[in-house]
Design a protein around this ligand. Sequence first.
Ligand code: NAP
Ligand code: ZN
Length: 355
Amino acid sequence: MHNAYNAKAYSAASATSPLAADSILRRNPTERDVQIEILFCGVCHSDLHQVRNEWSEAMPTVYPCVPGHEIVGRVTKVGSDVDKYKPGDLVAVGCMVDSDHTCPRCQENLEQFCPNVTFTYNSPDGHLGGVTYGGYSDSIVVDERFVLRVPTNLDPAGVAPLLCAGITTYSPMRHWGVTKGKKVGVVGLGGLGHMGVIFAHALGAHVVVFSTSPGKTEDALRLGADEVVISRKADEMQKQAGSFDFILDTVSADHDINAYLNLLGRDGNITLVGAPQKPLAVSAFSLLVNRRSLAGSLIGGIAETQEMLDFCGTHNITADVEIIPIQKINEAYERLLKSDVKYRFCIDMASLKSE
Ligand code: NAP
Ligand code: ZN
């Protein structure tokens, strides 16, 4: 194809295949496009859900699947109409690469809810056909309106996870008014959870982490938690009953949501960002008492993502990353399933050069 070039990537061929080296097509940059050499890509639990087709009802996976939506890289080429970026700039791409720009949601800067949003992977690709391919690759080509600027004082590997784990936790906290004087819970100390703790603390809240992993207590306190509750201990949970303004639930697997609803005070809200495969059972009484509410949240719009990155620049916030070569990706997925990550795997894409 004359309008495309070959890029290196790691893809899964089916729901049961491991990720392996592959060659994919990327479009040559059009007038409004930015071509990026990918330096780092964070590993989100959503990558694992999608690769294994665990969301088959909501968004079935098209194979081959190249995941990755926490991208940091260097601009290598720009189209003639691009004025925001130039070759050499350090930039980032998150979970979306396009939208229709005209619908009410786009006009409200909530492109993630645009009916025609193009996600970074496994979305219909309007340029080349097929589906979009994500950041487990050596390069990507993205419309400049979906490219973010990276604060230059931050470590690029630690920035990558901000593009999904960061915005996904920042956005609902801003929406639900997390601020000084509020008591905020974060359930699950993984990629999203650890960013949630950092942001809730930076926003001035009293932060309580709920974890199934006793070994994460010290890290939780270092990240900014004021208290850590081991959620398997009923007496520790009971002590927190009815006391929270807001709880962010980041758990990736089946769990009892009522145990957390019962911790909310009057008009308290729990927002789900975790996306387990199985539906959660909600007891009506857990909601009726204290006029509680249960909500959800999906990443954040582009303007808010830039705001979050700038907030991180000002407050010197990055994710805690374990840098891995791409050859360790299948092992990293197995470790994610065991909650064994501190606190985000981040692929050093230089490792792809040897494939
Ligand atoms: P992760 O790094 O694997 O962290 C998930 C954490 O949940 C684990 O570290 C563990 O924390 C806890 N957990 C895991 N299994 C559990 C179980 N059976 N019971 C109780 N707790 C359990 O995953 P992530 O990347 O943060 O993603 C979390 C979820 O958010 C995934 O479902 C992902 O798809 C979803 N997500 C949603 C959005 C969005 O826009 N809404 C964006 C990104 C990701 P402890 O060890 O502390 O218990
Ligand atoms: Zn993600």
